[in-house]
Design a protein around this ligand. Structure first.
Ligand SMILES: *Cc1c(COP(=O)(O)O)cnc(C)c1O
Length: 382
């Protein structure tokens, strides 16, 4: 058996070794381990400096001011803080939120939680390409709409939203625009000012940084009021209390600085890999592309294999790390809500796999996947 080929970068990426090296400086006795909130000694100031330098690295990548960066435990928490924090703090302006049915669960489940608190949510259904159009958003806007939340890049499909056009509609209707950009960093240009973004969620571990750290970008001037979800020492200007995780934060900063330098070459690399995968599959029948290639990032490719069941295919591809997007519960396997949301028939949704790759994926990894598919498919279809 050949070595395992990891083709699940959309679930998480490995930490870049250069990032891991930076992180190690902030842990042990011989490093900068002090609490960045300790104002009474040099080690504390050094830790604070590391945090502030990482804050600038993240801010620089997205065209923000460092004071607009709020550290969180990940994009999930950032999504929760954006949606719950903003809706609760602005109840007097209106209680209506607009989002889509194929957002990440961190947004979908948070919006459901807001519904149980009495807020109203409009759930938009995307087209077959996975995108909400500006016209659709315009039709959904109401006088009491205070927030629109749409993702930059969908994690199962890879499709990219037209953010400037959507933000224009949200703003014209008097609402703020929140974007979950966890999958977009290093894949599309993310200048918050140019894109018209007011709140943006970021994650460390989708971009070669560590898990357990993320950011909510919160636009300043005019100041956005957010109700904190986590109370404590008043860190992060009162928006998110808790001792800052220096090593995680320094790691995310370094990862984002690397993306600023290498994002473009990473993207050229993954485009070559996607073409290799598609070319290598062209001799097989009954493969449908769930990803609208012309509007998608090149590192995520969602394919349906007619006549097979995704779980059996996954079993047959034991040496390839992939995901189906299906949800297993005790009784049955349910197709991915994202594929269902763009109208993929149940039969095909259950026969779909998401291939996602990145900086460390090799042509040999793609070839292993191609080999495995050519071996497995005929037998499974028989
Ligand atoms: C991974 C991901 C998240 C969650 O990020 P964490 O940092 O793991 O909490 C949210 N949204 C999208 C689109 C993601 O891909």
């Amino acid at each position: 058996m050949s070595a395992l080929a990891y083709l699940d970068y959309a679930a998480t990426t490995p930490v870049d070794p250069r990032v891991a090296e930076v992180m190690q400086r902030y842990l042990t006795m011989d490093g900068i381990f002090a609490n960045p909130a300790s104002r009474s000694h040099m080690p504390g100031w050094q830790a604070e400096q590391a945090v502030e330098s990482a804050r600038r690295q993240v801010a620089d990548l997205i065209g923000a001011d460092p004071r607009e960066i709020v550290w969180t435990s990940g994009a999930t928490e950032a999504d929760n803080l954006a949606l719950i924090g903003y809706m609760r703090a602005n109840r007097n302006k209106g209680g209506h939120l607009i989002t889509s049915i194929i957002e990440h669960k961190a947004v979908v489940d948070t919006a459901h939680a807001l519904e149980t608190e009495g807020f109203e949510v409009t759930w938009l259904t995307p087209g077959a390409d996975g995108r909400i159009t500006p016209g659709q958003l315009r039709d959904a806007m109401r006088a009491d709409t205070v927030l629109v939340s749409l993702m930059a890049v969908n994690n199962e499909l890879g499709c990219i939203h037209d953010l400037p056009a959507l933000s224009e509609v949200a703003h014209a209707g008097g609402a703020l625009f929140h974007v979950d950009a966890a999958q977009a960093v290093g894949r599309i240009p993310l200048d918050v000012k140019r894109l018209g973004i007011d709140l943006m969620s970021l994650s460390g571990h989708k971009t070669y940084g560590p898990k357990g750290v993320g950011v909510l970008y919160v636009k300043r001037s005019p100041d956005i009021r957010l109700e904190a979800l986590i109370h404590g020492g008043g860190h992060e200007r009162g928006m998110r209390s808790g001792t800052l995780a220096t090593h995680q934060i320094a790691g995310m900063g370094e990862a984002f600085a690397l993306v600023a330098q290498e994002g473009e070459s990473d993207q050229a690399h993954v485009l070559t890999l996607r073409n290799r995968l598609l070319d290598g599959l062209s001799d097989l029948d009954g493969i449908h592309c769930n990803t609208a290639l012309e509007v998608a990032v090149p590192n995520i490719l969602n394919l349906a294999f007619e006549g097979v069941d995704g779980e059996s295919l996954l079993m047959a591809l034991r040496n390839i790390a992939l995901s189906t997007g299906s949800a297993c519960n005790s009784a049955s396997v349910e197709p991915s809500y994202v594929l269902k949301g763009i109208g993929v028939p149940r039969r095909l949704a259950l026969a779909s796999l998401r291939f996602s790759f990145g900086r460390f994926t090799t042509e040999a990894d793609i070839d292993s996947a191609l080999d495995a598919l050519h071996h497995a498919l005929p037998g499974l279809r028989r």
